[in-house]
Design a protein around this ligand. Sequence first.
Ligand code: R5P
Length: 282
Amino acid sequence: MTTIIPTSSAEHIVKGLSDYVVILPEENKDGKRYFPDGEIYTRIPKIANLSDDLLIIHSGQPNPNNGLVELEMLLQIADEKDKSIFFTYFPYSMQDNVFQDGETNFAQTLVKKFTDYYGVKKIYTIDAHFWGREWPRKYPIENFSAVPLLKEKAEEKYGDIFYMTPDIGAQRRTGIEGTKKKRLDSYTVEITSTENLAEKINGKVVGVIDDLIETGGTMSRAYDFCKGNGAEKVIALITHGVLPSGISRVKKKYDDLFLTNTINRPEANVDVSTLIEKILNQ
Ligand code: R5P
């Protein structure tokens, strides 16, 4: 039987995993997960008595850097066990390539460290931004998509929906057609499309699917494109709500937002714990 240990960013997820033994790490004497100087504290009492099979569940947001320290501490505490990690959101997953000279592919560095140094036998991810690149194939990573679950929830409410994606990366991950995107800076993007796609949108309820929202710039331009081409309603289907300001921007603009809780955000309305349970039971 697998024992599940969530890091502090994933405690909300394990509430939905009733079939598993879940151990919450202990806090320090102040009842906190960190000391006054900002260092992280974590403890699993009687670790030796837990099952040999341990699954650590972690979300790479809202605290990507502190979260990694907490995760590494748990991996060290569980050194003697058979360890797997379930990343509901993988941190640094957009730094998944060396785009320019002098950069590092930090997503790969992390995966390598988990598997080679900490001996993690399996890494699960949900809609990882790096999925579809060559390098993840070298590691024991299984990626699952929350898109079917998001579509199911959206269709329960809206019936027939025409789906599109805002950029090539999303097209690679989902196989759903869409626009092309050019990023000018962190906050500004431009979107272009074929006439064919623009015609298909007219008069439809359009569902724009993307893996994540940061500033909301991408989804915002995608909305303008859909409305500008006569969409009746435009709804957003998003796996990871990375930045609160971006989520608010999309929520205000779109007719509706379906967002999973891979990251603990108040706007999340699609629970992935059923998906996680299905994956673990397969
Ligand atoms: C890009 O490759 C991602 O899939 C998202 O489209 C992008 O990161 C969203 O960022 P923002 O919300 O800042 O446009």
